[in-house]
Structure formats: structure tokens, C-alpha cells
Design a protein around this ligand. Structure first.
Ligand code: FAD
Length: 330
């Protein structure tokens, strides 16, 4: 399609292309232009900093074809199971609701239903703001569905989130692309899992937790979530998580605050939770000391928290790379 990003065009046609963020911040979708002309949608994309101009490298997620092209691409990583083929999405914002002054939930109501796997995300864009932003679906039920539930954190000076939080945007049209992402809960998973998440990294993990409860996985296996937050004023979703703990003996939650001030006020309301101090990777290391037989670790959130947690799992806990499924939110 005219103006379509190379990555989206290839994925839409079923090609197994490499990507992570699909929105310009990582450089996983780099490719080499062999012949033809491309136009960059975002010449300052952070993911473009490591491209080698002498090799005519480009980011497939930020490049559009201006002629027929030949590009050289590494194959995408193998997936644990067949993934739904993504497509262009159209729909509108509905049910926008603030959870605190920094975090909101809303639904992306699509013109036609899609299928996706727990842990996947889509990218969205709105007229007047350049580029796509990635958001993970927070639940996974009644599929195929035309309603995608999102959790969004307002970023300081963030163009999309400042716009989203500035007034009620229900009814505004968004263009999207998806579903995307390989950090999924798959039906072949046989064993306990842990989820290490920082901030809004909880979004896709909520879909994984809810799905693993609904499909009966937690009847015979354990799941442990370590939810990293800066301090109690940043907390959200605690009531939902506490209810899930209450209803499921095999689901445990540790809340890791970098600043523990005032956490005592949460202890009586959330008696099932363990409260620990430290950055996500440090706090998780102690929680993991009490666990054995973990088959898979899901890791999601800010890149710095995800990278440190992956390193901790690999170096200190001897997890193989194959056992770590992650999404870096940036
Ligand atoms: C896989 C994945 C899943 C995510 N899931 C969630 C989630 O569930 N909840 C959540 O709150 N956040 C999530 N994020 C982060 C989210 O996508 C945004 O980075 C965040 O909302 C900030 O957007 P902003 O426009 O406010 O900030 P900005 O700093 O203005 O923009 C941030 C992002 O927008 C894109 N962008 C910015 N400018 C341009 C431009 N000129 N042209 C093209 N693209 C541009 C880039 O991707 C950039 O990193 C996720 C990120 C990833 C990669």
C-alpha cells in the first residue's frame, strides 16, 4: 500500500521478519537496501543510531518504498507457536478512564474483530502526531474480538500520551497495526512461570495471567509475579491482582518498590502480597531464590529494567535465553 512501512507490509504478507518494538526505538528490524529507493518516516529514530550508512542499512519499521526494492534481511527468530498474521487496523478510542493522574485504561474498538495471543501488542497512530506507539492488550478473552483493552502511562513531554490525557478522546479514530510480539503465553507451556514487570510492563502480563487462569494452567502450575514500581503513589492494578491471588492459591505476587515509604498502609489491604525493596532485577532475584521448576520467565517494561532482569536471569539464575520471553517498552 502507498505510504506503508516495509515491516508492516512484509508481516502483513506473512513474512517472518525480525522486529521487537515495531515503532523505531530498537534496531531489530534493520535491513540492507540492495536496490531501489526508500523514504524514511523518522530520520531521527533512536533505533537508527546504530545503522551503518556505508552498507545502506535502514529500519524496516521507519522506511517506505518509493520504487520496487530489493532488501536483504536476517530471518526472524523462531516462534514457539504459529502467530496470527498481523493486519492494518481501524477503530476508535472508547471507555477512557484514569487509574491515577499518570495511568489510564481505554479500549480500542475496531471496525472488525481480530485474533491475538496473550502477551501480544498492537501499534497505533492518530492524525496529527507522527509515528506509531505500541500498546499491549491487557486481557485475552472472547476471541476473535473487536475490543482491545489498553493500559497507558503518561510520559513527560510524550506527544501521544500528552494528547491522550489532555481531554476525553473517546470516539477519536486511530489507525493501527497488529497483533505483534512473541512474548506470548502459549498452550505448549508446561510448568511454572514467573513474570518480572516494571510499571506498565504489567499490561501484557495481565493478559497472560488472566489467560493462564482461565485455561486452567494454574490448576496444576504456579505463577509468580514481581511487579516493580517506584513508590506507592505509582501503584495501580493492585486490587485486580489481589483478587486474582485471593481466587487462585497458585498465583503469588511480590510488589517491589524502589522507594518503600508508606508501604505499610498497603499491607493490611493487600495481605496476600509480599512487599520487597529494590529495583526489579534485584528484588526479583530474592523472590526467585524461593522457586524451583520455572519453565518460562516473562519480562516486560522499561528497557533498562528488562535488560537488567534478563541479565540477572541468565547470569545468576542460569536461565537459557530460550526460556526468557520479553518486551522492551521503548
Ligand atoms: C512492545 C511495546 C509494548 C508497549 N506497551 C505499552 C503499554 O502497554 N502501555 C504503555 O503505557 N506503554 C507501552 N509501551 C510504550 C509506548 O509505546 C510509548 O513509548 C509511550 O506511550 C510514549 O508515547 P508518547 O508519544 O507519549 O512519547 P514520545 O516520547 O513522544 O514517543 C515515544 C514513541 O513514539 C514513537 N515516535 C515518537 N516520535 C516519532 C516520530 N516523529 N516518528 C515516528 N515515531 C515516533 C517512537 O516509538 C517513540 O519511542 C510499549 C512499547 C513497546 C515497544
Amino acid at each position: 500500500m502507498p505510504g506503508e512501512r516495509l515491516l508492516y507490509c512484509g508481516l502483513r504478507h506473512g513474512l517472518k521478519l525480525p522486529y521487537e518494538c515495531a515503532s523505531g526505538t530498537c534496531s531489530t528490524c534493520r535491513a540492507q537496501l540492495i536496490s531501489g529507493d526508500v523514504e524514511s518516516c523518522w530520520s531521527d529514530a533512536p533505533g537508527g543510531k546504530t545503522l551503518r550508512p556505508a552498507r545502506n542499512e535502514l529500519l524496516m519499521c521507519q522506511s517506505m518504498a518509493k520504487s520496487d526494492l530489493t532488501i536483504k534481511v536476517r530471518p526472524g527468530p523462531p516462534s514457539v507457536m504459529p502467530l496470527p498474521v498481523p493486519r492494518i487496523l481501524r477503530g476508535e478510542i472508547s471507555n477512557f478512564q484514569l487509574l491515577n493522574d499518570q495511568v489510564a485504561v481505554f479500549d480500542y474498538d475496531l471496525d472488525s474483530p481480530i485474533d491475538y495471543l496473550p502477551g501480544q501488542f498492537v501499534t497505533v497512530s492518530v492524525d496529527g502526531i507522527d509515528g506509531y506507539r505500541a500498546y499491549s492488550m491487557t486481557d485475552h478473552k472472547d476471541l476473535p474480538t473487536a475490543r482491545l483493552p489498553f493500559l497507558v502511562k503518561k510520559m513527560p513531554n510524550g506527544k501521544f500520551t500528552e494528547w491522550l490525557f489532555s481531554e476525553c478522546r473517546n470516539g477519536t479514530q486511530l489507525q493501527g497495526f497488529g497483533p505483534l510480539g512473541r512474548a506470548i503465553f502459549s498452550s505448549d507451556l508446561d510448568g511454572d512461570y514467573v513474570a518480572l514487570v516494571g510499571g506498565t510492563g504489567i499490561a501484557g502480563i495481565m493478559a497472560i495471567i488472566r489467560n493462564s487462569i482461565r485455561c486452567g494452567h494454574l490448576d496444576n502450575h504456579n505463577a509468580t509475579l514481581v511487579f516493580g514500581l517506584n513508590g506507592i503513589e505509582d501503584a495501580f492494578f493492585l486490587s485486580d491482582l489481589h483478587r486474582l491471588c485471593d481466587e487462585n492459591d497458585n498465583f503469588q505476587v511480590a510488589i517491589a518498590f524502589t522507594d518503600m515509604s508508606g508501604y505499610e498502609s498497603l499491607q493490611s489491604r493487600f495481605s496476600h502480597f509480599r512487599f520487597v525493596q529494590g529495583f526489579l532485577h534485584d528484588a526479583s532475584q530474592h523472590v526467585l531464590d524461593d522457586l524451583s521448576n520455572v519453565s518460562v520467565a516473562f519480562v516486560a517494561g522499561p528497557p533498562v529494567a528488562v535488560d537488567a532482569s534478563r541479565m540477572m536471569l541468565f547470569r545468576k539464575k542460569k536461565f537459557s535465553i530460550r526460556k526468557i520471553r520479553y518486551d522492551r517498552f521503548g
